[in-house]
Design a protein around this ligand. Structure first.
Ligand SMILES: NC(=O)c1ccc[n+]([C@@H]2O[C@H](COP(=O)([O-])OP(=O)(O)OC[C@H]3O[C@@H](n4cnc5c(N)ncnc54)[C@H](OP(=O)(O)O)[C@@H]3O)[C@@H](O)[C@H]2O)c1
Length: 221
């Protein structure tokens, strides 16, 4: 499965590239913003391509089986940049995938993402993510939205709690989130699903299968 990882130079993106390269059946391509970021991916053995999300990525899409959106403007940029990247650039990428017949789209969202979020702390971010998620749900693409709790850089445990609506918040190591991305790509039952994830007691494979409503159904390529 040829997968473009958008936001590959980020913390989740980098872990995902390495894990996907080592996993059977995947051929990741790291989408990065600057040529100097290529060194890390060359060392990992992962091919990379330089492109800007806001300029459009349509030239990179032909021949892909899936796209993973794990980019984010980050907490240090202003609210306008969050709308530009987390919302509008994500939506543009969905439209480009539809036009280019790349059907499978994995979105890294967040617990609490909602176009009407009234979060006192990160309302702008959760609204931007929520608008992008809503658009993805009506896009006609074979999407899966993964909505983690607060991400940490702790080593992954391989054990999670996952459900369409967990009813609670929590944390999740980035290493486990990237493993979840690979698992949903392996399980076609996850298409059309939004899955909230925090650390828990169940293996990733089993928790994703439960949340997706069925054991691993191989992807259609
Ligand atoms: N932090 C949390 O607790 C949390 C919780 C839930 C969900 N999330 C979501 O999880 C995802 C991954 O998080 P992370 O910790 O891996 O984030 P990260 O380390 O900040 O990585 C974000 C990546 O997005 C890239 N990016 C930013 N603007 C871009 C643009 N205009 N065009 C192309 N790429 C752009 C950055 O590129 P450069 O490296 O070139 O700057 C960076 O590689 C994000 O979508 C985030 O919103 C985070």
């Amino acid at each position: 499965m040829k997968v473009l990882i958008v936001g590959a130079n980020g913390k989740v993106g980098t872990l995902l590239c390495g894990q996907m390269w080592a996993a059977n059946g995947f051929s990741p391509i790291a989408l990065i913003r600057e040529a100097r970021q290529q060194t890390k991916f060359t060392a990992l053995g992962v091919p990379s391509a330089v492109g800007g999300l806001e300029k459009g990525l349509v030239e990179f899409l032909p021949g892909l089986d899936a796209v993973v959106f794990t980019a984010g403007s980050g907490a240090r940029t202003g609210p306008g940049k969050t709308i530009d990247v987390d919302q509008n650039a994500a939506i543009r990428l969905m439209d480009d995938c539809s036009q280019s017949s790349v059907r499978r789209f994995i979105m890294i969202s967040a617990i609490g993402s909602d176009p009407l979020s009234d979060s006192p702390r990160i309302q702008n971010y959760l609204r931007a993510k929520g608008v992008a998620d809503e658009r993805l749900r009506s896009s006609g693409l074979d999407y899966t939205i993964l909505a983690p709790g607060t991400l940490s850089n702790e080593p992954g445990s391989g054990k999670i709690q996952a459900a369409e609506s967990l009813g609670c918040h929590g944390t999740l190591p980035r290493e486990d989130l990237s493993r979840c991305v690979i698992e949903v790509l392996r399980n076609y039952n996850s298409v059309g699903k939004t899955i909230q994830i925090i650390s828990g007691q169940e293996s990733i494979k089993s928790a994703i299968a439960d949340a997706a409503g069925g054991a691993a159904l191989p992807p259609i390529l």
